[in-house]
Ligand binder design. Structure first.
Ligand code: GTQ
Length: 337
């Protein structure tokens, strides 16, 4: 034993390590996520962003953003992505930049501001969903008379872990707008011009309007839906039908009055934001009651189920890292009856 200790020490001096040292016979039979479920109350998040609105100007911080920090991870909501709340006041402009982080926005409050992505301006309002994929120029202009609030989802922890973060400010602060309004809607539709390339791994920047989401929800809302996910709509890459971004999949989930889903677990993680309504999600043996404005995270490989015991529909925005797990062959799911 003394001999082995000496051997281990000798290896360490040479920056080597025996397999027997690190793994004392313990083998993981399944994932054990390093972080726990957590729920943020809207009143806390809302108070925080309102206070930031009073004390933080955009000369101080290029974006006025409050990040949801899972206490067991410290700086992000899940191990692969972050969820932030951003405020842009009337007359403000959040300067143009681009980064390798893929980002999405889900508008919570206000109407009439614009997100500019790669030379096209998209007017946004409550319930709209906008993508600013990896390395696309984006800036935000609030030329409306209302304070805008939206959620930002970014794959930042993943990019940091892979050490592939690039960031570039636009030299003009406001990027030039050279694509007429409606260009994306027309060019990336099922009727599309010959020059549009569909072989890019990154989707084009795109704005999904709430009125369209609502129309689909209405049209499929009477169907049986998914036993584990209720009625789940995905925001797909408009050119390929693939995931929202290569790293993130986003959607809107509806639980109808009285709906209770079955329990399952999977190797993707999910964060939810309650857009409208009230309900509960049971994660492991913990029950999380949620209502409009709350956000909560379901770590990977934790059994979870949802219920809406009210007489109103519950609508949730959901973001997961499933595309990542699918692409790498790590996606697994286990279902309970
Ligand atoms: O709006 O471009 O929440 O660059 C964090 C970083 C938002 C943005 C965030 C960003 C942005």
């Amino acid at each position: 034993m003394e001999e082995l200790k000496e051997f281990n020490e000798e290896l360490r001096k040479k920056n080597l390590r025996g397999f027997w040292e690190a793994y004392q016979g313990e083998v993981y039979s399944e994932p054990l996520s390093s972080y726990e479920p957590y729920l943020w109350k809207w009143s806390d998040v809302h108070d925080a962003i309102n206070k930031a609105g009073e004390v933080i100007g955009l000369e101080l911080s290029s974006r006025r953003v409050i990040r949801l920090c899972n206490p067991s991870l410290k700086t992000s909501v899940a191990h692969t992505f972050v969820l932030n709340l951003q405020m842009l006041k009337p007359g403000e402009h959040a300067v143009a930049h681009r980064h390798t982080n893929g980002a999405i926005r889900f508008v919570i409050k206000g109407r009439g501001a614009h997100v500019v992505v790669e030379g096209e301006s998209f007017e946004i309002e409550e319930g709209d969903f906008v993508t600013t994929p990896n390395w696309t120029w984006h800036d935000h202009i609030n030329d409306s008379d209302q304070t805008m609030l939206w959620l930002d989802g970014l794959d930042a922890p993943l990019v940091r872990m892979l050490q592939v973060g690039f960031h570039e400010p636009h030299k003009e602060k406001k990027q030039p707008i050279f694509r007429p309004e409606g260009s994306a809607l027309h060019e990336f539709s099922p009727i599309r011009p010959n020059w549009v390339r569909t072989d890019s791994i990154q989707p084009p920047g795109y704005c999904y309007k709430w009125k369209d989401t609502e129309r689909v929800l209405k049209s499929v809302g009477e169907r049986p839906g998914d036993p584990y996910d209720g009625i789940l709509l995905h925001y797909v890459n408009p050119l390929t039908g693939g995931p929202t971004l290569p790293t993130l999949s986003c959607g809107v989930q509806m639980f109808r009055p009285g709906e209770r889903t079955k329990s399952h677990r999977h190797t993707s993680s999910a964060v939810y934001h309650v857009f409208r309504g009230k309900g509960a999600t049971i994660i492991g043996d913990e029950r999380f009651e949620w209502e409009t404005g709350d956000s909560f995270v379901v770590p990977l490989w934790r059994f979870h189920r949802h219920e809406n015991l009210t007489d109103q529909e519950a609508l949730l925005f959901v973001m997961t890292d499933k595309p990542l797990m699918d692409a790498l062959g790590f996606y697994r799911e286990e279902r309970q009856d």
